[in-house]
Design a protein around this ligand. Structure first.
Ligand code: EPS
Length: 362
């Protein structure tokens, strides 16, 4: 038993779609909780005017009845309100009539750092819009919706996941960058408490929980680095200072005083808090464009300029939280299985009875 996620949707197309398979039957979902996460993702400092157009909310079109999962594929939809302004330009079928609205001009000047050039070459596209639409971080809205569903499942076994921006001077950096018509990146951190030891496995690379968390975060737009626990700093540390000594007392069972491993050893959760960080590069759509080449004329030019964010780091904190939650929920489904929520919870309870460990909160 595992949890899978497949998504579809373009930034200015009609909607984003996520299908989640492998949920147990009987999980209660709270629409307001999913919408609250969608709202949080939109609130960050430095976002573009696009966020005033979108007011993301989830629609569920399959897999749920009266607020409870059926154990069948769950289909989530988040509509793009901005599509109304792109109706001709992003119409799925060949448009008739005079071009109108946005997205009607062929874009041939790729932005360094976005998908434009790689996508145009790879797929043989004359209009880089055909690449950037799917590559856009607008996609993260539906990732957050799926993550909120995963968090509901994790809450049932006492696992709590939270993301935040690392560093407190983000607003100043955003203001400075905006004044220079530039963009900034940043670092986010996700912590998960209450994760039992034994999620993931060292059996294969694909099973390793740290590899899976790294992959889901690295698969998120603009992420260029991921570390688990003390990550890169461990490379400069002696072994005697790098590992987390094992202790035991009657109240807590087995525990560690330190958590340099970020809650994962050998690709398996060890019962301590999961700590993972992701580094986001500055966004590639610049109001002072970088050098590019016109793909049609092959002449030098300036990269295309269009409405964009100055920063989306606060949004990434919410997205990364959803990504980590989904991966932890997937690992929990693998470990505890069960067609119904009751079966899943019973397997979790039996396991906790067997091991010498007490849940820790974040
Ligand atoms: C994005 C470009 C901008 C962002 C978008 C991600 O879109 P637009 O060109 O429509 O202004 O606003 O992010 C979102 C729409 C969102 O909801 O997060 C990009 O190129 O990745």
């Amino acid at each position: 038993m595992t949890l899978e996620l497949i998504t579809a949707g373009e930034s200015h197309g009609p909607a984003l779609v996520a299908i989640v398979t492998g949920l147990p039957a009987g999980l209660v979902l709270d629409r307001a909780a999913i919408d609250a996460d969608l709202h949080r993702r939109q609130q960050g400092y430095g976002r573009s005017p696009r966020q005033r157009i979108e007011q993301d909310e989830v629609e569920v079109i399959a897999g749920l009845r009266h607020g409870r999962t059926l154990g069948t594929p769950l289909a989530l939809v988040v509509r793009n309100r901005d599509h109304a302004n792109w109706e001709w330009g992003m119409r799925p079928w060949p448009p008739e009539g005079e071009p109108s609205g946005k997205g009607t001009k062929t874009m041939t000047l790729p932005r360094p750092g976005h998908a434009d050039l790689a996508g145009a070459l790879k797929y043989g596209l004359a209009d880089v819009r055909d690449a950037l639409e799917r590559a856009s971080a607008r996609h993260t809205a539906v990732i957050v919706a799926a993550g909120a569903v995963a968090k509901a499942l994790l809450m049932e076994i006492g696992v709590d996941v939270g993301g935040r921006v690392v560093g407190d001077d983000l607003e100043r950096r955003v203001d400075e960058a905006r004044a220079e018509r530039d963009t900034v990146g940043g670092v986010v951190e996700v912590r998960a408490g209450g994760v039992p030891p034994g999620l993931g496995s060292y059996a294969t690379k694909e099973d390793r929980l740290d590899a899976r968390l790294a992959a889901t975060l690295m698969g998120t737009q603009a992420v260029k680095g991921v570390e688990i626990g003390e990550g890169f700093a461990l490379a400069d540390t002696l072994g005697s200072n790098a590992h987390d000594e094992i202790h035991r007392d009657e109240g807590r069972g087995l525990y560690r005083e330190t958590n340099r491993a970020g809650g994962i050893e050998a690709g398996v959760s060890n019962g301590e808090e999961i700590v993972v960080r992701a580094a986001m590069k500055p966004l590639p759509t610049l109001m002072q464009p970088l050098a590019s080449v016109d793909l049609e004329t092959r002449e030098p030019g300036e990269a295309l300029v269009e409405r964009s964010d100055t920063a989306a780091v606060e949004a990434l904190a919410v997205v990364a939280e959803g990504c980590v939650a989904f991966e932890l929920a997937r690992a929990a489904r693998e470990k505890f299985g069960g067609d119904s929520l009751a079966d899943f919870l019973a397997a979790h309870r039996t396991y906790l009875e067997r091991i010498d460990w007490q849940p820790r909160t974040r």
